[in-house]
Design a binder for this molecule. Sequence first.
Ligand code: ADP
Length: 508
Amino acid sequence: LTSSSSGPGLHVIHIAAEMAPVAKVGGLGDVLSALSKALQKKGHLVEIVLPKYDCMQYESIQNLRVLDIVVESYFDGQLFKNKIWIGTVEGLPVYFIEPLHPAKFFWRGKTYGEPDDLKRFSYFSRAALELLHQAGKKPDIIHCHDWQTAFVAPLYWDLYAPKGLNSARICFTCHNFEYQGTAPASEIASCGLDIHHLNRPDRMQDHSSPDRINPVKGAIVFSNIVTTVSPTYAQEVRTSQGGQGLQATINAHAQKFVGILNGIDTDCWNPATDGYLRFQYNANDLEGKAENKKALQRHLGLSVSDSRRPLVGCITRLVPQKGVHLIRHAIYRALELGGQFVLLGSSPVPNIRREFEEIAKKFENHEHVRLILKYDEALSHSIYASSDMFIIPSIFEPCGLTQMIAMRYGAIPIARKTGGLNDSVFDVDDDTIPVQLRNGYTFVTPDEQAFNGAFDRAFNHYMNDNESWQELINRVMSIDFSWDTSASQYEELYVQSVSRARAARRAA
Ligand code: ADP
């Protein structure tokens, strides 16, 4: 349990609410495992702390066992026992915390979306630090993610560094500034944070009201390193249009804030080895891609009569951020242009869910359109592999992974130029960009006309110039979307921060 880094590498501990494939809701889950794997490959000791959800994919955890220790952590004025489990996920050591608390925080059949989410995750943040403390760990970096584990930053400096868990620098990554976990100020007291000390405009107080606290703001203020998931998004959130109220705080801490583009896990997302696919393929042999398309069409009851009819894919959470009005429009536009459309999406927003359920019903027996409104990992792989084009018309997009996965599977992205999409999709017709970097179709204004501008060009290209379309597929499938480069950037930030701390300690 008290493993610590013995080699020259760093000891990095991630504390997070998601990790693919065991507990994945969106991109955060992918990032957690892929970044950790890449750092481990570079010689660092990487460990992860997750809640022990009832709804995890337990079959993806190797050697899961309960440890012979009980960690007691503080909440609401009392100490609660936590069972600690350990297992291996994707070759990484993961601790799972099971709170023995009457509210059964992680026994709810879902990851997020409970009325007491703030309690659930502030409890977890505190218990995770307590685990590190009681296990005598001496990490160099504690890396927390999104509002759910943002509490770690102020808890660490206010409570745990004074107790002796003081070897670490804190890194906070915000994967989406839309979700800040704001709550009445009194609620942060539950995990032991001091309201009077923290509810100040330059600390955790939310900009909307002096009675509300903002965990993400707290993590920005109290972390040594703050990152977000693409360079363009890092610029956008410093403005009043993109900052979701946090622009002033981000600007005040700009010297420790940086945008690093996510990569994808190129082992999991590899059409040449993908176990979910009926037919594997690669950039030099695309026959398997055509076979997968036929198999998916059959599986979904779509017409297979014309193999040259382009299949447009979309895999997304159906939330306003993703440009749902443009996704809806794209279904009809694809039909008008002679294409097929497959949407795989789930929505936590009732009115959006209802709207798409209606559309799904309308097309339930249609030969060219299918909407599958659920989360389905296996189906997502088939759709990436079968699609000729892939749409990502987001209103804002911190990084976006689906455009990168789509390209790796030879589907040409049609994306709005925002956030990480702006850093990874470059228009085929944009003369200002070197030809070898051009890999898709983009548009700027989030309306139907602008979307059509990109979508229609893609269709035109597909229908009228097969040879150059094949070249484009070859080019996008060969782009390096691995974590190697981005993990090196995190590594550099960690090393700099640790060296600064060591130098300061020596000088003291
Ligand atoms: P976000 O994190 O905002 O949801 P990203 O593009 O960063 O968006 O990551 C989305 C990830 O979730 C991708 O791996 C994508 O394939 C997956 N995904 C999204 N919706 C579904 C779904 N309904 N079924 C399966 N996978 C999904």
